[in-house]
Write a protein that binds this ligand. Sequence first.
Ligand code: DGY
Length: 335
Amino acid sequence: MSDDTLNARRPRVFVARRIFPEVVAQLREHFDVSTHDTDEPLSRDELIARLQGCDGVFVAGTEPIDATLLAACPTLRAVCSMAVGYNNIDVPAATARGVVVSNAPGVLTETTADFGFALMMATARRITEAEQYLRAGHWKQWSVDGMAGADIHGSTLGILGMGRIGQAIARRGVHGFGMSLVYHNRSRLPAEDEAALGARYLDLPGLLKAADHLVIVVPYGPTSHHLIGAAELALMKPSATLINVARGGVVDDAALAQALAERRIAGAGLDVFEGEPAVHPGLLEVPNVVLTPHIASASLPTRLAMCQLAASNLRAALTGQAPPTALNPEVLPLR
Ligand code: DGY
């Protein structure tokens, strides 16, 4: 063994969230690992303090990694997230400092699509509302239009954001439920992909007017902040539903709560919220919304796969290889 190898210190990694113990154990095979082993997020100051002297950090979609934090943690060389959405990380600021950033795309696509579809069905068929009605003891007799909702089969599915997850939801709708498909995206799908799904590309107002069930799957950022507000909701059919499995902030929750209360749309299914885990009080008051706590990717095998992908990215980044899903590979090789 060379003197260099003997003298080399193991890279230091901080895991900023409670994750699966087996993934921490895998990281310990390669790194000196310290952990914040609870679900309670660290404050910015605590996170900065814990990152001193660290080479890499394992985060979820929740820890804000911005220019100020990066400047305060000069030894950091890799920020690896187990989430696919990375609006919590200032990637250009990291790139400017030579810090590699990775997210976790792909491994959660089908699980998130399953959930988006489930939320759409629960919303259209009023499943949680009906359960609450039953539990509250209101079910006394059969009624011809009792808890009647909208059909999924044969209806028009609108997808806003036709990336991996949007396409996976579209496949379920078209091939499983005979839905017609309209979509809007920054760029159009290749003609053969549109043909395979029978997909019709529309501008945003056209999509809002055409969809019976609108599923939002766009990433969050300055250009998608309040992409759906009062004016956009006003374009939707009164019978339509809106499903958000993207990020809070894409929809103006106050405007949505008002539209739901006034029955300007029929219902909504929301897994993500502006300022979560807080939920706009107006959404908690209306019956025609299904609310879930940001769990679209939460099947156990998928959450484990997301953690393992983030750990693989850290291993690669800190051992001189290209992380499989780096967002800024241009900073490689690391300093
Ligand atoms: C993601 O991976 O972006 C999910 O929303 C979980 O944060």
